[in-house]
Design a binder for this molecule. Structure first.
Ligand code: ADP
Ligand code: MG
Length: 417
């Protein structure tokens, strides 16, 4: 049965964790590897794609830091040259010849927008060869997402961005260079920069309307006007548009009411220095679009309890939101990685217009079609009902029986644990 699936694609599936090769060629290769699997979902369902941008936005931050450093060096050189001239020549007014270098006017919201463009472009070009038919409509939209200016994450940043620093010494050196940089441990893998990650409230209204329009021009042909039908025929739109939106979680903006005292008051959306978690953005978009399911694709085969312990680790096949909440309370899902995926899955299911049938699933990008069939990954829904199971349970959890079945040995391409 065709469904509307919102796919949340992990940033680490695009640039593998710890991979020192950050070239576009390598990112393109990684994306291409995942597209065969993703295309099977896309070809059989209405699809909206949201992707992460942690490694990419981190790289842009590093590029920006390198640019600033170069500017400072050049300024120092100029000052030294000026000093030399002053010593050799007669008295001169130096103030007119000393330039003050201002930091370049870049900020995270703009870098978020850059990554939406670059990753959207790469996904489009690597997905296209797998589409049936290949002329299926597809578009990347830069999305502004409204957040609360007083979100608690502004004070306590949790979002990992950029490269992994292997040792604490290396991390400390990076942090010491700039007081604005905060670094925290990222699981057992190393250290990474963290930035604020506020909750996404909604997509800016006129943008969401545009996304809805793209959705409408497809599946719901019963409601289409004659004119819309004609356009569909002219454009040869057999199937619906694949929309890539809220990439990197979207561009975080806060609402500012501009009041001119008259009838022309309006809302200005001001971008802020943060990165919205793409899983949360995907759940929000999914609810706003009334999607049937939220498919979170990452670099682990499923959600595990005791993930960090190879001997105790158990992979979850199916669970209810309440069962996952209990496990979350026991600390099984860290705030910077699995935590937001679990929260997003639970929120999507509970906030759905159809909470009894809504589902969310978390698993490996390379097993996307199997996850939809319930044969891989972790599926989250409110009842224990499946196609071949009529029971209902309020609070249930089911594990994969054969531990090896879900474990790293069967997934050599995945870095688990
Ligand atoms: P993405 O870029 O896909 O969002 P994240 O690093 O944010 O990737 O989240 C995926 C990571 O979560 C996995 O690589 C894994 O190391 C980590 N993780 C932490 N806890 C768990 C858990 N309980 N089950 C599975 N994976 C977990
Ligand atoms: Mg993540």
């Amino acid at each position: 049965m065709r469904q509307h699936v919102v796919v949340a694609l992990g940033g680490n599936a695009i640039l593998e964790r710890g991979d020192k090769d950050v070239s576009v060629a390598n990112q393109r290769r990684n994306i291409a590897k995942g597209m065969q699997s993703l295309s099977q979902v896309v070809n059989q369902n209405t699809t909206t794609i949201v992707h992460g941008n942690g490694p990419q936005v981190g790289l842009l931050l590093l590029e920006n830091a390198a640019y600033l450093k170069q500017q400072q060096q050049q300024q120092q050189q100029r000052q030294q040259q000026q000093l030399g001239l002053d010593n050799n020549e007669t008295k001169k007014n130096t103030s007119s010849s000393t330039t003050t270098t201002q930091p370049p006017p870049t900020s995270l919201d703009v870098l978020d927008a850059e990554t939406e463009g670059q990753i959207g472009y790469l996904i489009e070009s690597e997905l296209r060869p797998y589409l049936v038919p290949q002329n299926r409509s597809m578009v990347t939209l830069l999305s502004q997402i409204v957040v609360d200016a007083n979100d608690p994450s502004m004070i306590d940043p949790t979002k990992f961005v950029g490269p992994v620093y292997a040792t604490k010494e290396e991390a400390d050196r990076i942090a010491a260079a700039d007081p604005a940089i905060r670094i925290k441990p990222d699981g057992a893998k190393g250290y990474r920069r963290v930035v604020p990650s506020p909750q996404p409230l909604r997509m800016v209204e006129n943008q969401m309307r545009a996304v809805r329009r793209l959705r409408m021009a497809s599946a719901n042909s019963n409601n289409a006007t004659a004119a819309e039908d004609a356009v569909k025929e002219e454009l040869d739109i057999e199937d619906d548009t694949i929309v890539i939106c809220a990439g990197g979680g979207g561009i975080p903006v806060i609402e500012e009411l501009v009041n001119d005292g008259g009838e022309n008051s309006y809302c200005y959306y001001r971008g802020i220095e943060a990165v919205i978690d793409k899983d949360r953005a995907a759940a929000m978009v999914g609810n706003a679009l009334k999607a049937d399911g939220l498919l979170i694709l990452t670099d682990v085969p499923a959600v595990a309890v005791d993930y960090e312990s190879e001997s105790r680790r158990k992979w979850i096949r199916r669970a209810s939101p309440s069962a996952l909440e209990t496990l979350a309370g026991q600390g099984h899902f860290p705030a910077g990685s699995m935590g937001p995926k679990i929260e997003s899955a639970i929120d999507f299911v509970r906030r759905s217009d159809d909470p009894e049938n809504a589902w969310a699933a978390i698993g490996s990008l390379h097993e996307a079609p199997l996850i939809l069939q319930g044969k891989a990954g972790t599926t989250i829904r409110r009842t224990g009902k499946t196609r071949d199971d009529t029971g209902t349970e309020e609070d249930f959890i089911e594990y994969y029986e054969d531990k090896q079945d879900r474990d790293q040995q069967d997934h050599p391409e995945l870095e688990v644990g």
